[in-house]
Design a protein. Structure first.
Lengths: 114, 117
């Protein structure tokens, strides 16, 4: 069975500093990997995805993520954090052959302060 | 494009009553819709997958008689929580997959906060 781990419940960063939100996964075969962001009492907004090709993917709002197959990781990064980036971030994967069901990590709360 | 709406955005009901939540794809057709449940400070748990015109497929541990899902058209799926109890209080989120499009892309609704008193 596939799984997604987000080892940090919360990440704190000062505005203007780079941020990293960690994600590792376990799956048989090749994964499709996703990052979503959730603001309070809202649904999920898609940030970016890795399906195939270049390991570095760029997404919305200046976020990017790097797929590392050897480390089974897909960390989310941004060079310069904004206070408005404060939200709950979910890493998710689809394992091939699972009818495209998303498996979510437990989420990481990002807190950006002035 | 690819907007998904949910109605209501929040609802309070008394224990023992039933509540219906609607999920609509506003600008695309969705053969498949998904229903998730999210507890405070926790991840999303897939409850069921609904396919237009057929019975929903429920995840293990989800009571199909309690959480009735109907996907009567390509733009509407409903989740009815029957005989609701306080433990059913949660945030319910739906997502939809385009009928014609990349199978792994899902578009999420804004969620419905259910409180059972």
């Amino acid at each position: 069975a596939q799984s997604v781990a987000q080892p940090e419940d919360q990440v704190n960063v000062a505005e203007g500093n780079p941020l990293t939100v960690k994600c590792t996964y376990s799956v048989s075969g090749n994964p499709y990997l996703f990052w979503y962001v959730q603001y309070p009492n809202r649904g999920l907004q898609f940030l970016l995805k890795y399906i195939t090709g270049d390991n570095l993917v760029k997404g919305s709002y200046g976020f990017e993520a790097e797929f590392n197959k050897s480390q089974t990781s897909f960390h989310l990064k941004k060079p310069s954090a904004l206070v408005s980036d404060s939200a709950l971030y979910f890493c998710a994967l689809i394992a091939t052959g699972t009818a495209s069901k998303l498996t979510f990590g437990t989420g990481t709360r990002l807190q950006v302060t002035l | 494009g690819a907007v998904v709406s949910q109605h209501p955005s929040w609802v309070i009901c008394k224990s023992g009553t039933s509540v219906k939540i609607e999920c609509r794809s506003l600008d695309f057709q969705a053969t498949t819709m998904f229903w998730y449940r999210q507890f405070p400070k926790q991840s999303l748990m897939l409850m069921a997958t609904s396919n237009e015109g057929s019975k929903a497929t429920y995840e293990q541990g989800v009571e199909k008689d309690k959480f009735l899902i109907n996907h009567a058209s390509l733009t509407l799926s409903t989740l009815t929580v029957t005989s609701a109890h306080p433990e059913d209080s949660s945030f319910y989120i739906c997502s939809a997959r385009r009928t014609q499009g990349i199978t792994y892309e899902q578009y999420f609704g804004p969620g419905t906060r259910l409180t059972v008193t």
